[in-house]
Design a protein around this ligand. Sequence first.
Ligand code: SF4
Ligand code: SF4
Length: 159
Amino acid sequence: MRLFWEAVKGLGVTTKHLVRNLWKFSLYYVGLSKDKGVVTLEYPEERREAFPRVRLRHRLLRREDGRLRCVACYMCATACPSQCIYIEAEEDPDHPLEKRPKQFIIDLGKCAYCGFCVEACPEDALRMDIHIPELAEYRKDNLIYDIKKLTEYEEGSNN
Ligand code: SF4
Ligand code: SF4
């Protein structure tokens, strides 16, 4: 008998929330309220806005003259616990004594999104502020990002 009353109590709570949310959404729907209540997000047409400090996709930044800010110092690759950053350095022919990455690859399939690479970078050349949460791919190879892919988006891009 006790179990029966517990089940009734549970159903009561569910019904209370159902009625309350239906009421709130009905008022919202006819334009009498701005509160939608608790409704399921209509993804992918509707997307939740990313929090400003969220760490998502990586990008490499450029200087004002278009050169990459990265000086191929390997600090990010050294800090990376997943060992998913591969860098090959070369001398910058236009700026002797300076290095630049000939190859800069991040395997996002292995990345733990910890942000250590961003924190380790002394040049602020690497950020994780591309607000695109979808990273599903049919092939693992597509998650290997090179310089071209890492410079494709601007800050806060979301599509
Ligand atoms: S976010 Fe973490 S795991 Fe991913 S590349 Fe950077 S350091 Fe490596
Ligand atoms: S830490 Fe910064 S400057 Fe050094 S290799 Fe990584 S991205 Fe380039």
